[in-house]
Design a protein around this ligand. Structure first.
Ligand code: SF4
Length: 448
């Protein structure tokens, strides 16, 4: 059958969709390039914020005419909800009239069977669901089907045991489990042979990686040593258990990128405790100082939530102060939204008024933009190592690439190939992007 797969949400979902494509291809299904050709539409969903839900319901509404036409022409049409929203809402998803398949993140091996049942069933009312969480599923043995590009996402572990009170992930993705180190290494060698220049190791909390006695630092060092791997990235570590050995590995391996995404969430000790983040603001600041002492010029980015239940103006000021003190290179800032089934949804009413959340997010966003702009302007006149990713969508005649610190750089077209690392002299900067020009290879090149 022709299957159209659409992906929403985080990089973990992007990586899962590559697994899903592989499972479906092995069962003989084809990819539909446009949705109108599809007999099966699969939507891989996110549950992290209310906005993500709204987007998916809107998308499902647009499928009504196609469903009507397909039932008329073929007698069947499959619309499958996959991923975290499927796992979170389970049978409730069938309340939407186009959905007839619901599959959680641990059940993608069952997709061909479930799709087959729906196609043979020939009944408009038939529904299939598989949302059992597994303690063991890591999709070992499945070779993810990737699109060409510079970067390959490699999932090294699944699930999370941290139970931050605002977060739905422990309920939608289950308990932590890690892939064997040799299994990950085999995949990375294969990726290098296929020409991927960069791998990004993915996990809900990579510092929790455990494979026998081997830990995340052992894994990342082994990956960095694979011939052909020009750059290694990882996301995300939890601030509570950041090992010094990982910093030393970054400092001593030129191909482990000098970028750490370190989610802060709040700068108030009281809110951090309610969130069950298990660190204090001083511990967080201390960690960022240690990171910068060990790896100078490293880029530190973060996630922050505004308007968590009971957050006062004083709590918010604590977050602003901490953001100023640390000076993140960039940050994703979100308004708190209650997620069904989380500890916060059961214990803490969502009591910060929407207009207060809006004021706080704007204030924090403005502060972070000013910090990022100053940091980027300080790079003008330096030369950075930039991995070429392709043509710029926005500026014809320009190419785009990423620094080690994961900053986007735009520069006039060069004759170089995608995946090559070029010295680029920074000539201008905004809060989000650097502008530059290609340099002679003899110029001194900085990390950052
Ligand atoms: S560490 Fe916290 S925020 Fe991150 S996935 Fe786990 S529970 Fe969610």
């Amino acid at each position: 059958m022709k299957v159209f797969l659409e992906t929403y949400g985080c990089q973990m979902n992007v990586s899962d969709s590559e697994i899903i494509r592989s499972v479906l291809a092995a069962a003989g299904h084809e990819v539909a390039r446009v949705i109108d050709e599809a007999e099966v539409v699969l939507i891989n969903t996110c549950a992290i914020r209310e906005n993500a839900y709204r987007k998916i319901y809107g998308r499902l509404d647009t499928l009504r005419p196609l469903r009507k036409r397909m039932f008329k022409e073929k007698g069947y049409f499959v619309v499958g909800l996959l991923g975290c929203m499927a796992q979170n809402l389970k049978k409730d998803m069938f309340k939407h009239p186009v959905v007839n398949l619901v599959v959680g993140p641990d059940n993608y091996r069952a997709l061909p069977d479930l799709i087959g049942k729906l196609a043979q069933g020939n009944q408009k009312r038939q529904q299939e669901i598989d949302v059992d969480l597994s303690e063991y599923e890591t999709y070992q043995g499945i070779d993810p089907k990737r699109f060409d590009g510079v970067n390959a996402w490699v999932t090294i572990m699944r699930g999370c045991d941290n139970f931050c009170t605002f977060c739905v992930v422990p309920y939608t993705r289950g308990r932590e489990r890690s892939r064997p180190l040799d299994d990950v290494l085999g995949e990375v060698r294969h990726l290098a042979a296929q020409g991927f220049s960069q791998v990004t190791l993915l996990g809900q909390n990579v510092n929790s990686y455990r494979a026998g006695v081997q830990r995340f630092t052992d894994l990342i060092v082994a990956v960095a040593d694979v011939p052909g791997v020009e750059r290694v990235r990882f996301t995300s570590p939890h601030p509570k258990d950041f090992p010094e050995s990982l910093l030393l590995a970054i400092a001593s391996h030129p191909n482990i990128c000098t970028h750490i995404h370190l989610p802060l969430q709040s700068g108030s000790n009281r809110i951090l405790e309610l969130m069950n983040r298990t660190y204090t603001r001083n511990e967080f600041v201390g960690l960022t100082e240690k990171i910068r002492q060990t790896v100078p010029n490293i880029s530190i980015t973060s996630d922050i939530i505004v308007g968590f239940p009971t957050e006062t103006e004083a709590d918010h000021q604590n977050t602003l102060d901490l953001v100023k003190a640390v000076g993140f290179d960039s940050a994703y800032i979100f308004k708190y939204s209650e997620r069904k089934g989380t500890i916060a949804s059961k214990k803490f009413p969502d009591d910060v008024p929407p207009e207060v959340k809006t004021d706080r997010i704007v204030e924090l966003f403005d502060l972070q933009r000013d910090i990022a702009l100053k940091k980027n302007q300080a790079k003008i006149g330096t030369t950075l190592k930039v991995m070429l990713e392709g043509e710029s969508d926005k500026r014809p005649g320009f190419q785009v690439g990423k620094t080690e610190g994961n900053m986007t750089v735009i520069f006039p077209e060069t004759p170089h190939r995608i995946g090559e690392i070029l010295p680029i002299a920074v000539t201008d900067a905004t809060a989000a992007t650097l502008l530059g020009k290609s340099q002679s290879l003899r110029m001194p090149v900085l990390t950052g």
